[in-house]
Design a protein around this ligand. Structure first.
Ligand code: ZN
Ligand code: ZN
Length: 382
């Protein structure tokens, strides 16, 4: 069969194994970019707001489903602890929940077998140290300008709503940038996403522990209804860390995608202006500043939850766009000459960049799955 998109020969199937283009009869020039089938999880649309398939893209369908349940259960437990007003436990659990899940994910998929968790752990630690430094140095300044009963002063809004998120985003990029320049062999777009996310999660964890500590020991006492303690736990355990992971992962994914220059002709889609680095950085900063500023100006727990939720949604969709296009454009041969079982649809597929049956980008699966079933060509199991 002849792929009309890249011009190469491909076995009969739904997707071209070389460029990932949709080859069905109905596919037009536009749908070959296959927005309906996310390269890292073809059963979802590219712009489906899936937390697990975006931040844990190496998981197959079974693990993705398990992770959804773990996330839901964890958030529920943390919310209930918050409702019970066991504030220190709730805040520490909220700060550590998503980062610990992320480290467990990396252990599970064995992404970097030669430097196991060290690379990711170091990125996480650098993010955490910088988060600790920034929130510790900002907290006393912010407290000076905060007047809980009369609303914030303009200085507070400028510092907390604008300066802090921009500084924070810059510091979250330090760890991944060190890897970008010093560990050049981690050069895939999913590596960029992973390092960005790890740094963002480390930063968010340190920051929320510092802020929680100041809140518990500070002048503002634990008054108010139980919901005023429970609602922020959702924001702090899920939305803030994932937003930090999302904007940092987004910038890093775009940075890594441009590393060797994209070959737009080789992929079934283009990054477009949404993939240009200055645009990505500007959007990430906007997504960081907007919810912080809105929280300061329109104070309210539910409102704040909504602002952070919307910003997270924006970061998620942008990151998926960059991942999808970069995975399509940067497809490479896997090079072990064997046969693997596609973790998404379960078909035996040869050593090719895309599964011909479901269109999964094979670079997005865990290394263990890529090599476990590798065997000499022709020795495929029935
Ligand atoms: Zn093709
Ligand atoms: Zn497949």
């Amino acid at each position: 069969m002849h792929c009309t998109h890249c011009g190469r020969e491909t076995p009969p199937g739904h997707y071209c194994v070389h460029c990932g283009a949709d080859l069905t009869e109905q596919a037009s020039a536009r749908t070959r970019a296959r927005r309906h089938a996310f390269a890292a999880n073809p059963s979802e649309h590219v712009y489906h707001p899936g937390i697990v398939s975006t931040f844990f893209p190496h998981f197959g369908p079974r693990r993705t489903q398990q992770m959804r349940w773990i996330l839901l259960a964890g958030i529920t437990v943390i919310f209930l602890i918050g409702l019970g007003r066991i504030v220190p436990v709730a805040t520490v659990a909220a700060a550590l929940f998503v980062p610990l899940l992320y480290l467990a994910y990396f252990y599970d998929v064995e992404l970097y077998e030669s430097e196991p968790l060290a690379v990711l752990g170091a990125t996480f630690a650098v993010g955490a140290l910088l988060g600790l430094g920034l929130s510790l140095s900002f907290a006393p300044i912010l407290q000076r300008y905060l007047r809980p009963l009369f609303g914030p002063r303009p200085e507070y809004v400028l510092l907390h709503g604008i300066a802090y998120p921009i500084l924070a985003q810059a510091l979250m990029l330090v760890g991944p940038l060190l890897l970008y320049f010093w560990r050049r062999r981690f050069d895939e777009v999913l590596d960029g996403l992973a390092f960005g996310a790890a740094s963002g999660l480390g930063f968010a964890a340190a920051q929320s522990i510092v802020l929680a500590w100041l809140l518990i020991t500070g002048p503002i006492q634990q008054a108010g209804p139980a919901s005023s303690w429970a609602i922020p736990t959702i924001r702090d355990s899920l939305f803030v860390p994932l937003l930090d992971a999302g904007t940092t992962g987004l910038i890093c994914a775009a940075l890594w995608a441009h590393r060797h220059g994209l070959r737009p002709a080789a992929g079934a889609a283009r990054l477009g202006w949404l993939g240009a680095l200055p645009v990505v950085i500007a959007l990430a900063l906007l997504l960081q500043v907007a919810p912080a500023l809105a929280t300061d100006l329109a104070r309210g727990l539910i409102e704040s939850l909504v602002w952070y939720g919307l910003a997270l949604l924006g970061a998620l969709l942008l990151a998926r766009h960059v991942l999808h296009v970069a995975l399509l454009a940067r497809a490479r041969e896997l090079g072990h000459g064997g046969v693997v079982r596609c973790p998404h649809c379960g078909h035996e597929v040869p050593d090719v960049p895309f599964c011909p049956h479901c269109g999964l980008a094979m670079r997005s699966i865990a290394k263990r799955a890529r090599t476990a079933r590798a065997e000499p060509a022709g020795g495929a199991e029935a």
